[in-house]
Design a protein around this ligand. Structure first.
Ligand code: NAP
Ligand code: ZN
Length: 353
C-alpha cells in the first residue's frame, strides 16, 4: 500500500478539499497510472451530494472522477497489454469477475460483480470504497485500462471515457447512420459528444437546448440545426420526424414533448440521470409504436472501439482545463450548465495542493 494525494468530500454538504488516500501496490495484472487529466462529470456531483440516495448511497470520504487519462508508471509482472510510459485511460469501471456472463459478452457494465471507479466497495480492502481520478495516481487491473490514440489532445480525451462512451454506445446500438435525423437533447458534456458522434456517422443532427446562448456553439460542434426547447413553435416544426433522440438532461423535464417528435417506431434513449421521477404518458409511446430506453455507459471493448473511432475522426471533448483547486467553483458552474463543454482537471496542479 502507498499514499497518494487526492481531492475528496467528507460529507454531502462539504466542499472538496485535499486528502491523502491509500492505494494498493500493483498486483500481477495491475497497471499503476500517473494521472494527467480527469474530466468532471455531472455524475460526480450527484455522488458527492448523495443525490442517488438508497439506490447508490455515497460512502465518505468520496474521491470522484471517472474520466481518467494518464501515463503508465509501473506494471505488475503479468501485464501484457501496457508498458511503462504508455498513455492510457480509465473510465467508470475498474473491475468485474471475467467469468460472469455479462463480462464474457463484453458488457462489463451490467455485471453484478462490477466495481465502479469510485464509491464502490473496495474488494482489496485498501479503503472502505474505491477512490476515483481526482488524485495523483491510480492502480487498475489491465483489462480496464484503455489505449489512447496518439493523435488526440489529452485534456480532451479524458471525458471520452464517460461522456464519450455514454453517448456513443446508444448511438451505435440504435444503428444511427447517414441519412437519418437524430436529435440530441442538452448541450453539456454528454450532449456535445452525442452531436459529434452522430455527425461523424453522417446523420442530420438537431440539438435541443434550453439555453439560446449555446446556439452558435452547437452549430460549431457539429449540429445542423438548433431548437430552443422552451419555444413550442420550434418544437412543433419537428413533430413525427426523428429516427432517434438521445436525451442527456440531468434534471426533470417533459419527455412526452420529445417522444412526440419521433417518427413511428423511433427510439428515445435516456442517458441523463434525473434524480427525480419523470412522467411518461402511455399515449406518447403507443401512438406511433415509439420506444423509450435507457443506456448505461458501455463495455470495455466498446469503449476502446469509441476511442479508436475518435482517433480516426479526430474527435475529442471541448474542454475548459482547470486547476484542481478550482473544483468547487467548477461544480457551481456545471450545475448552472455553464461549461464549454466539459471541465478537465490538470492533475499536475495537485502537487501544489
Ligand atoms: P451537463 O454537462 O451538466 O449537461 C446536462 C445538460 O442538460 C445541460 O448542459 C443543459 O443543457 C441540460 N439541462 C440541465 N438542466 C436542465 C433542466 N432543468 N431542463 C432542461 N435541460 C437541462 O451534464 P453531463 O455530465 O453531460 O451529464 C448529464 C446527465 O447524464 C447527468 O445526470 C449524469 O449523471 C448522467 N450520466 C449518465 C450516464 C449513463 O451511463 N447513463 C453516464 C454519465 C453521466 P442545455 O443548456 O443545452 O439545455
Ligand atoms: Zn460520468
Amino acid at each position: 500500500m502507498y499514499i497518494t494525494k487526492a481531492y475528496a468530500a467528507t460529507s454531502a454538504a462539504s466542499p472538496l478539499a485535499p486528502l491523502s488516500i491509500p492505494r494498493r501496490d500493483p498486483y500481477a495484472n495491475d497497471v499503476k497510472i500517473e494521472i494527467l487529466f480527469c474530466g468532471v462529470c455531472h455524475s460526480d456531483i450527484h455522488h458527492v451530494r448523495d443525490e442517488f440516495g438508497s439506490a447508490m448511497p455515497t460512502v465518505y470520504p468520496i474521491v470522484p472522477g471517472h474520466e481518467i487519462v494518464g501515463r503508465v508508471a509501473a506494471v505488475g509482472p503479468g501485464v501484457t497489454r501496457h508498458k511503462v510510459g504508455d498513455i492510457v485511460a480509465v473510465g467508470c469501471l475498474v473491475d468485474a469477475d471475467p467469468t460472469c456472463p455479462h463480462c464474457k459478452a463484453n458488457r462489463e457494465q451490467y455485471s453484478p460483480t462490477k466495481v465502479l471507479t469510485y464509491n464502490s466497495p473496495d474488494k482489496h480492502g485498501t479503503a472502505s470504497a474505491t477512490y476515483g481520478g481526482y488524485s495523483e495516481s491510480i492502480v487498475v487491473d489491465e483489462h480496464f485500462v484503455l489505449r489512447v490514440p496518439e493523435n488526440l489532445d489529452l485534456a480532451g480525451v479524458a471525458p471520452l471515457v464517460c461522456a464519450g462512451i455514454t453517448s456513443y454506445s446508444p448511438i451505435r446500438r440504435w444503428g444511427v447512420k447517414a441519412g437519418q435525423k437524430v436529435g440530441i437533447v442538452g448541450l453539456g458534456g454528454l450532449g456535445h459528444m452525442g452531436v459529434k458522434f452522430a455527425r461523424a456517422l453522417g446523420a442530420h443532427v438537431v440539438l435541443f437546448t434550453t439555453s439560446p446562448s449555446k446556439k452558435e456553439d452547437a452549430l460549431r460542434v457539429g449540429a445542423h440545426e438548433v431548437v430552443v426547447s422552451r419555444n413550442p413553435e420550434e418544437m412543433q416544426a419537428h413533430v413525427d420526424s426523428f429516427d432517434f433522440i438521445l436525451d442527456t438532461v440531468s434534471a426533470p423535464h417533459d419527455l412526452n414533448a420529445y417522444l412526440s417528435l419521433l417518427h413511428p417506431e423511433g427510439n428515445l434513449t435516456l442517458v441523463g440521470a434525473s434524480v427525480d421521477k419523470i412522467d411518461v404518458s402511455a399515449y406518447s409511446l403507443i401512438w406511433g409504436s415509439r420506444s423509450l430506453s435507457g443506456s448505461l455507459i458501455g463495455g470495455i471493448a466498446e469503449t476502446q472501439e469509441m476511442l479508436d473511432f475518435c482517433g480516426k475522426h479526430n474527435i475529442t471533448s471541448d474542454v475548459e482545463v482547470i486547476a484542481v483547486q478550482d473544483i468547487n467553483n467548477a461544480y457551481v458552474r456545471l450545475e448552472k450548465g455553464d461549461v464549454k463543454y466539459r471541465f478537465s482537471i490538470d492533475m499536475a496542479t495537485l502537487k501544489h495542493a
